[in-house]
Every structure is written in C-alpha cells, then in structure tokens.
Design a protein around this ligand. Structure first.
Ligand code: DX5
Ligand code: ZN
Length: 252
C-alpha cells in the first residue's frame, strides 16, 4: 500500500460519514449500480427485476437490428416493466432514427433515456426534448467515438454512457482501451463544474469495476455479472462495495 494511503482513506471515510457525498469524486448521488436485464430470463422479466432490489436503476437495452445486430424491446415493454418494479428504468436506446423514437420511451415511463450520438441527427434538440418531458437525458458513445467533440454538449446532458464493449450483446469481454476515455470524460465534467453522471456499459464485473471507478465512472451497468450470479442482489451489493472502495482510493 502506498505510504500515507491508510491515513488518506481514514480521512476520506470520516469526511463521507460527516458529509455524505462530499467526496469530490462522488458527486450527485454517488456510486450507482444499474443491472442490465439483457441476460435475464425474457420469459419472466417481472420476476427477474424482483431479484435486484438493491439496484439503483434497471438498465433496459433497446435494440432495433439496425444500429446493432440484435433485437430486443420497444416502448410497450418499457411501460410493462415500469409497472412491474419500483426501481426507475434506465433505457439505453441502440436504435437508428433515435430523434423520432426516443421521446416515446420517456412517455412509457423511463426515468433516464440514453440515445447514441452516432445515431442522433440533432443531439441538443433531442436532449432538451427528453428533459422537457421529465426524463434524464443521456448520450451514449461507442468505444471508437471520442468524447472531445461533444465537450460543449455536456451541460445539456444528465449522463454520458461510455460503451466498454461494442454494443449489441451481453457477456463480451471488457475493453481496457476505453479506460483513458473514462478519465478524459470525468476530467471534462469536472472542468465545467458539472454533475453529469459517467456510466460505463459492457463487461463490468467484480474484476473490472474497480478500474472503471478509479478512472472516474460513477454509474455501472452490469448484465451477465449480475444475472449469471446465484444471488443477483448479493452481486449488486458486491459490485457497489468494490466500486466505492476504488473511488475512495482516488486522490481528490
Ligand atoms: C450491450 C448492452 C449492455 C449489456 C451489458 O450492448 O448495452 O448493457 O447488457 O452486458 P454485460 O454486462 O454482460 O457486458
Ligand atoms: Zn446497455
């Protein structure tokens, strides 16, 4: 352990106990775990969302067979899920023509809607429309899409979703090449004094979540890690503990 790290951690823990969420790396509501139901049992989704009561959000991967080579849910399913769980829904739209379709997901009950910047014709207008309908607006980036061209859009966004696999399927290995972009995104959020959440999605597990948190992510999607566990809710709690521990080791 680095000299002085134990004392630093003690001081950070004391600060957190005195002032929850006061640590500079943990803005807004802190570390959040958003399990993806992509690898859950689609024939029993109502019961499946009941197995992750400790989660902060349910991550719903919407795929259209065009933006990605896979097909999943539409707004009707989001509306049904919103009645099946008390947890808020985090809709991740991997669809083309997203400017036209995204508003329907807020209307269907999603509390957060992520559109991909590669698919959006007018991301500023779309973010404002999502917010005007009462949703949190989030912009997704594939692994090869840089964040820098979108620096000026950050105030329009409640969250940036950084894909850490190529979108389309659960169960793929985490791409470590995405870690520098997580750091750069966090740095831009801090540079502008924003509280924009930085979400990572793809290959997040007990093995990889610490690296993501250390790099500056604060919202973590985990699909196969949660739904392949014997006890999905226990896995949510373990992932949260790992991420919190890793975030606390970062010097402010
Ligand atoms: C992939 C989806 C992810 C996926 C994550 O395109 O966006 O949300 O479900 O699954 P894991 O955690 O298994 O990579
Ligand atoms: Zn996703």
């Amino acid at each position: 352990m680095r000299p002085g790290l134990a004392e630093h951690l003690d001081a950070v823990v004391k600060t957190l106990l005195d002032h929850p969420y006061a640590h500079p790396r943990i803005t807004g509501v802190g570390i959040q775990i958003t399990p993806s139901i992509l690898n859950a049992d689609f024939a029993a989704l109502g019961a499946e969302v009941g197995r992750i009561g400790s989660a902060d959000w349910v991550h719903v991967d919407v795929m259209d067979n065009h933006f990605v080579p896979n097909l999943t849910f539409g707004p009707t399913m989001v509306e049904a899920l919103s009645r099946a769980t008390e947890l808020p829904l985090d809709a991740h739209l991997m669809i083309e023509d997203v400017d036209r379709h995204a508003p329907a997901y807020v209307e269907a009950g999603a509390g957060s809607v992520t559109f991909h910047v590669e698919a959006a014709a007018a991301p500023v207008r779309l973010s404002r429309e999502i917010r005007a309908l009462g949703g949190r607006a989030s912009m997704g980036l594939r692994p090869a899409t840089p964040i820098e061209p979108y620096e000026d859009l950050l105030p329009e966004l409640d969250m940036v979703l950084l894909m850490t696999v190529e979108p389309g399927f659960g169960g793929q290995p985490f791409l470590d090449l995405c870690l520098p972009k997580i750091r750069r995104t966090r740095a831009l959020v801090e540079k502008h004094g924003l509280e924009t959440w930085v979400q990572v999605d793809g290959g997040v597990s007990l093995e990889t979540i610490g690296r993501c948190a250390e790099a500056g992510a604060d919202v973590f999607v985990a699909g196969s890690a949660v739904y392949s566990a014997d006890d999905p809710d226990a896995m949510v709690r373990e992932l949260r503990a790992k991420a919190e521990a890793a975030a606390l080791t970062v010097e402010p």
